[in-house]
Design a protein around this ligand. Structure first.
Ligand code: 4AD
Ligand code: MG
Length: 473
């Protein structure tokens, strides 16, 4: 039985054998043992007079041990049961002179440098158990609602977002690639016989399946070579992309809102201990701040989002609000909004969500110029059926749209955006044969985990973050 089960079942008098890592060893008597099954430690009581001294010395923070003993009601406070050790075996030493984790608070920056050991800490144990629960919740949500998961390719020849932020995939010799007559690299001789890259989104392939299976979703890694060194960007992140035939933009909003609320509620219900630990951690961090500078306690924040309707606000309305806002008038924004058509920066998004509305906001009907080629053009000829869902503290959580289903309009858009039609012939064909209204969105998984765990840096919610100049581990 794992420690989670032992603590939950409280089978007094039963002999257990447990294996785990020593968190602390106090007074040569109390071992706090953790095996990762829960944030809680099992207290092991050692009768040091009966134990070999050499063995006792090897019970140090980080050591891996196996313990056999009887479960009793705990004499102390802080735990209901404890294990009276009869036999202890050292499975793996952790020399205290070298082991970098000590039973004290380490900074998250330091822990990022030892990402190979951070799964052994209380905080990261909690974060990654929550991450697991939430990916399960996502699959459950879509499965229960009749969606099929589609595994879209990781290696592709297309740039779904048209932003040119791709990692090349090639087996050519970079120092001496084959060349064409005019001297440029001859990609025809590359592995796939053409230029390929890691996918930035599974959407385009997802759409093909939605127009056959009806309701699909993808959940996979995506890669973006954008040089954004922020607390919200990763070069490799996981994205959930549902795509639904016959859904219009407003159905799409409803699906996204429902899915977000469901998964957040799922975590609140199934990860109580871990979320409480993370909530306490945040509260501790903010203790020195004055009352009005502190953020909403984590549990309250999750409750609030799960139980309140998201605001729906058009881009045009948002621009009005922003142009009339104090920070815009007093030139406090770094980017002053001067006219309709401006792209929104995260400072504007945060103003709308955190200051103006005070809850998640779904912005929609953006100018066509600042959005991707595949979004459906509105009758006004200048806006598209796009939507972004903005969250407090995070900014953009979801980006989605109703897709352009009209062959001629899409063809023209592809031209206007300077995309080679040849690379998207298959995408265009879905509009030629049995086209229909359809919509979908992309939910950044790490941004969701960041929000739910209250971990403010996205690098702390993915096991091994990939960011500019960083691919250690
Ligand atoms: O808004 P994006 O770029 O939309 C798409 O990729 C569409 N193909 C989605 C669709 O309609 N099927 O990205 C979607 C979401 C963002 O809202 C954000 O949450 C997340 O993906 N995201 C990132 N997360 C971490 N690091 C990055 N560099 C991210 N870029 C986008
Ligand atoms: Mg976006």
């Amino acid at each position: 039985m794992d420690i989670k089960g032992i603590i939950a079942n409280e089978q007094i008098g039963v002999t257990h054998e447990v294996k785990g890592w020593v968190r602390t060893f106090r007074s040569n008597r109390f071992i706090a043992l953790n095996d990762g099954s829960t944030s809680k430690n099992l207290q092991i009581v050692v009768d040091f007079e009966q134990m070999d001294e050499a063995l006792l010395r090897r019970i140090t923070t980080g050591a891996c041990i196996s313990v056999k003993g009887d479960l009793v009601e705990s004499q102390g406070t802080g735990q209901k049961v404890e294990l009276i050790a009869q036999q202890i075996e050292i499975l793996g030493d952790a020399n205290p002179e070298e082991f970098p984790l000590q039973p004290k608070k380490h900074s998250l920056e330091f822990l990022r440098e030892i990402a190979h050991l951070r799964p052994r800490t209380q905080t990261f144990g909690a974060v990654f158990r929550v991450r697991h629960a939430m990916q399960f919740a996502i699959h459950k949500y879509f499965n229960d609602n009749g969606f099929f998961q589609v595994h879209t390719p990781i290696v592709t020849g297309s740039d779904a977002e048209g932003a040119g932020e791709m990692f090349r995939v090639s087996t050519l010799d970079p120092t001496n690639p084959p060349r064409t007559e005019d001297g440029s690299v001859n990609w025809k001789e590359d592995f796939f016989g053409k230029e390929t890259n890691l996918t930035v989104s599974g959407q385009l392939e997802g759409e093909l399946f939605a127009m056959g299976l009806g309701k699909i979703y993808t959940f996979g890694p995506t890669f973006r070579a954008e040089n954004s060194n922020t607390t919200r960007h990763l070069a490799e992140f996981w994205m959930i992309e549902p795509e639904v035939a016959f859904n219009d933009l407003f159905d799409n909003m409803e699906l996204a809102e429902d899915c977000l609320k469901y998964t957040i509620r799922y975590a609140m219900e199934h990860c109580k201990d871990d979320l409480q630990l993370l909530a306490d951690r945040l509260e501790q961090d903010e203790k020195q701040l004055p009352q009005d500078k502190r953020s909403m306690p984590l549990m309250e924040k999750l409750e609030f989002v799960a139980n309140n309707d998201f605001v729906r606000c058009s881009y045009t309305e948002a621009i009005d609000i922003l142009m009339n806002s104090n920070p815009n008038k007093k030139k406090k924004f770094k980017y002053i909004i001067e006219e309709w058509g401006a792209d929104l920066q995260s400072e504007h998004e945060r103003y709308l969500v955190e200051k103006h509305f005070g809850k998640p906001v779904i912005l929609y009907d953006y100018p066509a110029k600042i959005k991707a080629f595949y979004m459906r053009l509105n009758d006004d000829g200048k806006t598209v059926r796009a939507m972004d869902i903005l969250f407090p503290g995070i900014g953009e959580m979801v980006g989605g749209s109703q897709r352009e289903e009209r062959y001629d309009v899409l063809k023209k858009k592809i031209e206007e955006f300077g995309i080679e039609e040849e690379s998207l012939w298959w995408y265009l064909e879905t509009r030629k044969f049995g086209t229909c209204v359809h919509s979908g969105f992309g939910l950044g998984f790490e941004r969701l985990i960041s929000f739910v765990t209250g971990m403010s840096n996205i690098r702390d919610v993915i096991p091994f973050p990939r960011t500019p100049k960083n691919a250690e581990f």
